[in-house]
Design a binder for this molecule. Structure first.
Ligand code: SAH
Length: 267
């Protein structure tokens, strides 16, 4: 018997992985986070599967579902939003399962920051201009370690994807404005990949007003990045005719190499 933690993706029921969908279709017990996991994902379950919504449960009650299924020798599909590696409470659940000697596995999902980037049609890394993505959140009722404060993260000028921060947008803008000029680009995607998806494009100077006017308060990804304003980035090495890598030989004479450029590193 195994508890399968399955990333359901950001909302569009077609964005669960094939592996995750097959498990939902076959597990006799399905436990899903009803606040964000779409019903269409759960409708894949067997007609006689026992399906529970964890939205109103606490950790003890959730653990009880696992314990009961374990006693019956039944696999559990535990379906949660996006990917399990980010703000999912996976760790506290698996700690309990380990203590109980119950096996578990994780099936990855499409995270909401990826769905937001897709909605924006935006590569979040641009050759030589920005090569790092930071996934974080503003500190509010849930504290964030002081060393991870937004001002210090902003100093890297990496693409900054903020989860769980829509109601804290004014605080976000205040802290980032200590580091960035007012015209620094900010995009917000509400309900990325849902039919009700909305996109706001703005700057540090106007994004809080735009969010307020649109009444966006939850299920929103805030992406702060210069990539939205950079048009004159260089082409990548990946398709550079003068660059050889594991899958392709250069067609034109290569300039003196300044790095290794092998396989995946050619991007
Ligand atoms: N594990 C999830 C994140 C859970 S935390 C993941 O990988 O996406 C919940 C936060 O995720 C929300 O506050 C919001 O910031 C973001 N989020 C979840 N679904 C979203 C969606 N469809 N569109 C935009 N943001 C979303």
């Amino acid at each position: 018997m195994t508890v399968y933690f399955i990333g359901a993706g950001p909302g569009d029921p077609d964005l669960i992985t094939v592996k995750g969908a097959k498990l939902v279709e076959t597990c006799p017990v399905v436990l899903y986070a009803g606040s964000l996991v779409p019903k269409a994902v759960i409708e894949r379950a067997q007609p006689d599967a026992r399906v529970y919504d964890s939205a109103s449960m606490d950790l003890d009650q959730i653990t009880q579902v696992y314990t009961d299924a374990h006693a019956n020798g039944e696999d559990v599909a535990r379906v949660q939003t996006g990917d399990l590696s980010i703000y999912s409470s996976l760790a506290e659940q698996t700690r309990r399962l380990d203590a109980l000697g119950i096996d578990w596995q994780v099936v990855p999902g499409v995270s909401s920051f990826q769905a937001a980037a897709a909605a924006l049609g935006q590569e979040l890394t641009l050759p030589e201009a920005c090569q790092t993505i930071i996934l974080s959140r503003a500190s509010g009722r849930t504290p964030v370690p002081d060393k991870e404060n937004l001002r210090s993260l902003a100093r890297h000028e990496a693409t900054l994807c903020l989860f769980l921060s829509a109601t804290l947008i004014r605080k976000v803008v205040r802290e980032l404005s200590d580091v960035y000029p007012p015209h620094w680009p900010v995009c917000v995607v509400e309900k990325a990949s849902h039919p009700q998806q909305r996109i706001l494009r703005g700057t540090l100077a106007d994004i809080a007003e735009k969010m307020q006017a649109a009444n966006i308060r939850s299920t929103a990804m805030i992406i702060v990045s210069k990539v939205f304003a950079i048009e004159d980035f260089v082409d990548s090495k990946l398709y550079d005719p003068a660059f050889s890598h594991a899958c392709r030989k250069a067609r034109v004479v290569e300039p003196a190499p300044d790095h290794e450029g092998e396989g995946d590193e050619s991007r």
